[in-house]
Design a protein around this ligand. Structure first.
Ligand code: CDT
Length: 332
């Protein structure tokens, strides 16, 4: 049986036609109605091209406001959704249900108000009937918790968002077992493994990544490499498909990376966007291709969780374990 991801659609065993719906810049003062109209236009294109699943970016309804320390609480509040769905996104949900397309949507979520208020960087998975099938709140919230005048690039996500509190769940939807991640999560190996240990076949991820890191300029030439490298490794090591979707282009003075892509369980990038604007990247993935790689890395047979115990017990780097400590850790 041929196993290349480049098999023709006619002989795919479990085909799922999907799309990364990349967005170009969103202005600070863009209305929800204007943004949602762009999402609906991409959804219409996706329907015309036979897609059953569309992946929008992280924070797809607003500009990436954590690049600023905003004092005006009303302006900050306006970036958040207190209900999902709500009147502003109803055209998106209605269109998707009418077209029979599921979608991933990143947005800023506010739960409660006053003292008990919590704010999360959130993504939802919506099924082909327009029902929310799953929700994920970003766990790896990068950047600084407070404004630091010494930095050339402010990235204040921890100032605005709490750590996600839903773990890394998977959802059976559209005939696939799907995990959701958000942006910075892609750079860490642990979430991928936790999703794969629950049988994830497809991981959807939206991102807003600056094209340059003025505080780490030696990494600038490697930005695309550092975007793809962890996702390609994760796809291969966990035997799953990845769809990663950018908010790209020159947004409010900041260059944001494009490079939305589809990655096969072989670790190959099989589709990649070619612009920094609104762009639909369509690919038909064969979910059956996961089987060969999941079998190759047969977790049940070959993983040794006892030997990895330090990963869940220790957060930062500590002293080397001595022989006695290793022995003890392996025994209990
Ligand atoms: N949105 C997001 O998570 N962006 C981070 C930027 C970190 S660099 C300040 C990323 O990993 O791309």
């Amino acid at each position: 049986m041929p196993t290349s991801p480049f098999k023709t659609e006619a002989i795919l065993e479990r085909p799922l036609t999907l799309a990364a719906a990349q967005l170009g810049p969103i202005a600070r003062d863009a209305t929800r109605a204007a943004v949602v109209a762009r999402l609906v236009a991409l959804l219409e294109q996706a329907a015309a091209r036979g897609c059953r699943l569309v992946v929008f970016p992280e924070m797809a309804l607003t500009t990436f406001f954590p690049r600023w320390h905003i004092d005006d609480e009303d302006e900050v509040t306006a970036f958040f959704e207190t209900d999902m769905p709500n009147a502003a996104v109803a055209p998106l949900f209605d269109s998707a249900a009418r077209l029979g397309i599921g979608f991933y949507l990143g947005y800023c979520e506010q739960v409660g108000s006053g003292e008990g208020r919590r704010r999360y960087n959130t993504a939802i998975l919506v099924d082909a009937a327009g029902n929310i099938a799953g929700k994920y709140r970003k766990v790896h919230v990068p950047g600084n918790p407070v404004y630091d005048p010494a930095l050339k690039l402010q990235h204040l996500e921890p100032w605005y968002f709490a750590d996600g509190d839903l773990g890394f769940p998977v959802f059976d939807c559209l005939g696939a077992r799907i995990g959701l991640l958000i942006c910075n999560d892609r750079r860490w190996p642990e979430p991928w493994r936790v999703l794969a240990l629950q049988g994830a076949e497809l991981v959807l991820l939206g991102y807003n990544s600056p094209a340059q890191l003025p505080d780490n300029p030696r990494q600038n030439a490697l930005r695309t490499e550092h975007h793809q490298l962890p996702m390609r490794a994760a796809a291969y090591q966990n035997g799953l498909w990845v769809v990663a979707t950018a908010k790209a282009g020159h947004e409010e003075g900041c260059d944001m990376m494009g490079g939305s892509c589809v990655i096969a369980p072989s670790g190959e990038v099989v589709a990649i966007s070619s612009t920094l604007g609104d762009e639909l990247l369509v690919y038909t993935a064969d979910l059956a291709l996961t089987v060969e790689y999941k079998k190759f890395f047969d977790f049940a047979q070959y993983r040794r969780p006892v030997a990895y115990r330090l990963i869940s017990e220790r957060q930062g780097v500590g002293e080397p374990l001595d022989r006695a400590a290793w022995q003890k850790s392996l025994e209990t």
